[in-house]
Design a protein around this ligand. Structure first.
Ligand SMILES: Cc1cc2nc3c(=O)[nH]c(=O)nc-3n(C[C@H](O)[C@H](O)[C@H](O)COP(=O)(O)OP(=O)(O)OC[C@H]3O[C@@H](n4cnc5c(N)ncnc54)[C@H](O)[C@@H]3O)c2cc1C
Length: 574
């Protein structure tokens, strides 16, 4: 008989309390299962709360959007992706966006409305019609509060301030996780019939980043280490308009509603890059390249590395009512009044198109392991995501993950594992902690992080080329060696953020290597991946997804086809 061994046990464990995680948990609960959410921060402090401009669904509520429908939403998404999106996944997404949006409305999400009472919609880059639903410029805040209320109503168990460290996989079947309780300082195993990762993005790797400090790639790294492939990691989205110096995002909704971009000469320069009809409503990759080109060619304001976003013509009422977040950010953080002054902006790393490889059912290669939200790569965004599609992705695929997981358990639930595997996984993490504390090296993790940031910023940014990428790869591998000499100064077990930061930096180094290898290999320009030495998109050789695996400690790349359905492949012109 096995000796008594206590583990936390649930049918389904959802890792992450952002929008994708909460939506997945609600669905799994409503399918009749015992579900728990494990999150390193309180759900309402998840990165999702920062989302601003809106969430896409082809409601056709806008007077100029009456002809909109799910097929047009799907086509815009595919074109925006530079034709790298899987078209079956996009079709599912665009169709299901509608019912999901109305469900959020019925759950009480306070969307902004037109005078006739219908949910308001605004134009966003790359969309043929105004299709972005919003709550002022605080859409993420409203959405996550709406979902959080639903989890409370259902009494869903939430483990707050628990940091997941390992995904337990045995014979290609997921068995649970190991997590570290920040307040108690303890390591514990969680037994689960299925696990859903909704751990968010990873772009804190870049020093100029709009991401919250919690976006540290930990889920993506855990899956990678457990043998799962990562897809299309070289595609890093830069948001065109972040507040200069601080990189707080200023929503695309502002440009959608008519804000201008101005260079040092006071020119609205976008007509140099897209048609006059589109201008500032171009997709993010194109707009970011345009801004960076103006800066690189010396037309940044005062010769510096920023240009202006001008919304003065909106007037005080509109700015304060429709863009309170922009107004507050400018006033509080920079002392700039957007009613009276143009706003200095620059592009910053914002969103990762790549992630843990999965299909549109949120299935991965490992049985009982599902993924949704920004940590996943379904792929509906291909090489470039359209604004407003990410929030809807968290809802559509979060819900699908909850349902799929429930089906997985209902259709022949996996035989439960003995305690040995949990004991072993716990011991492994204990040894990892010990190993780190016992190090005697003198390297500073913060210095390594800062050097990595400089490499990513200068060599793996908006524009890329072979020589830079090769150098970046060598430098990252040097940092990986130096990382072995890093030790956290504080050795206590409770709330040891030094230790967490230490673990996150190890993950950053791994993910950066994957990003750079993918970028170096992909000898074309597509969406957010702009190679100065291969300026054209090359469908003959590169209409394929990059797949990265960790095999015997080495990152190995391979490729797999893009799913093309009735939408076909075309030129991407705006
Ligand atoms: C400034 C800004 C504005 C944006 N505006 C928009 C917008 O208007 N429209 C749009 O469509 N998209 C927008 N986005 C993108 C969108 O907000 C995100 O892609 C989306 O919210 C991600 O949700 P998520 O649930 O996948 O992840 P997150 O909200 O990041 O949640 C991740 C969760 O995982 C938990 N977690 C992570 N690692 C661990 C671990 N190891 N252990 C335990 N828990 C862990 C975290 O605690 C968190 O709860 C914006 C992004 C930014 C940065």
């Amino acid at each position: 008989m096995e000796e008594e061994f206590s583990v936390f046990s649930h049918d389904i464990v959802v890792v992450g309390g952002g929008l994708a995680g909460l939506r997945a948990a609600i669905e799994a609960h409503d399918c009749g299962f015992d579900v728990a959410v494990v999150s390193k921060v309180h759900p309402l402090r998840s990165h999702s709360v920062m989302a601003q401009g809106g969430i896409n669904a082809s409601l056709a509520n806008h007077p100029e959007g009456k002809e909109d429908n799910w097929e047009k939403h799907a086509f815009d998404t595919i074109k925006g992706s530079d034709f790298l999106a899987d078209q079956d996944a996009v079709e599912t997404f665009a169709k299901e966006a509608l019912v999901n949006l109305y469900e959020l409305e019925h759950w009480g999400c306070p969307f902004s409305r037109f005078p006739n009472g219908k949910i308001a919609q605004r134009p966003f880059g790359g969309a043929g019609f105004p299709r972005t639903c919003f709550g002022a410029d605080k859409t993420g805040l409203y959405l996550i509060n709406t979902l959080y209320e639903q989890t409370i109503k259902r009494n869903i168990k939430i483990y707050e301030e628990w940091v997941v460290l390992e995904l337990i996989v045995e014979d290609q079947t997921c068995r649970g996780i190991v997590a570290y309780s920040l307040p108690e300082g303890e390591l514990e195993a969680f037994k689960a019939k299925a696990v859903i990762f909704c751990t968010g993005g990873n772009l804190r790797i870049y020093p100029k980043s709009s991401n919250s400090i919690t976006s540290t790639a930990s889920g993506v790294v855990m899956a990678f280490r457990a043998g799962l492939p990562l897809k299309d990691m070289e595609f890093v989205q830069f948001h065109p308009t972040t507040l200069y110096g601080l990189n707080l995002t200023l929503t695309e909704g502002a440009r959608g509603e008519g804000a201008y971009l101005l260079n040092d000469l006071g020119e609205r320069f976008m007509s140099r890059y897209v048609s006059e009809a589109i201008m500032e409503k171009a997709p993010r990759d194109i707009t970011s390249r345009a801004i960076q080109t103006e800066i690189n060619e010396g037309r940044g304001v005062g010769g510096k590395d920023y240009i202006y976003l001008d919304m003065r013509h909106f007037g005080a009422n509109t700015i304060k009512k429709r863009f309170p977040g922009i107004y507050e950010a400018c006033m509080e953080f920079r002392g700039i009044n957007p009613v009276k002054e143009p706003i200095p902006i620059q592009p910053a790393a914002h969103w990762s198109m790549g992630g843990i490889d999965c299909d549109y059912n949120t299935d991965t290669e490992v049985n009982g392991f599902f993924v949704a939200g920004e940590c996943a790569c379904v792929s509906i965004h291909g090489a470039n995501r359209l604004g407003g599609n990410s929030l809807m992705e968290t809802i559509v695929f979060g819900r699908r993950a909850g349902r799929r997981t429930s089906e997985y358990i209902a259709n022949g639930r996996p035989k439960s594992a003995g305690n040995g595997i949990y004991r072993e996984a716990l011991l492994k993490q204990e040894m990892r902690f010990q190993g780190i504390f016992e190090r005697t090296g003198t390297e500073s993790p913060y210095k390594i992080k800062s050097e990595l940031g400089t490499i990513m910023d200068t060599r793996v940014g908006i524009f890329r080329e072979e020589q830079d990428l090769r150098q970046a790869l060598n430098e990252i591998r040097e940092l990986q060696k130096r990382y072995e000499d890093v030790r956290p100064p504080y050795k206590g077990r409770r709330y040891n953020y030094d230790l967490l930061w230490h673990l996150d930096i190890e993950g950053f180094l791994t993910i950066s290597e994957v990003i750079v290898m993918g970028a170096l290999n992909r000898q074309e320009s597509r969406g957010s991946h702009a190679r100065l030495d291969y300026k054209e998109r090359d469908d003959k050789n590169w209409l394929k997804h990059t797949v990265a695996r960790l095999i015997d400690g080495e990152v190995i790349l391979s490729y797999k086809p893009v799913t093309i359905t009735k939408f076909g492949i075309g030129k991407r012109e705006y």
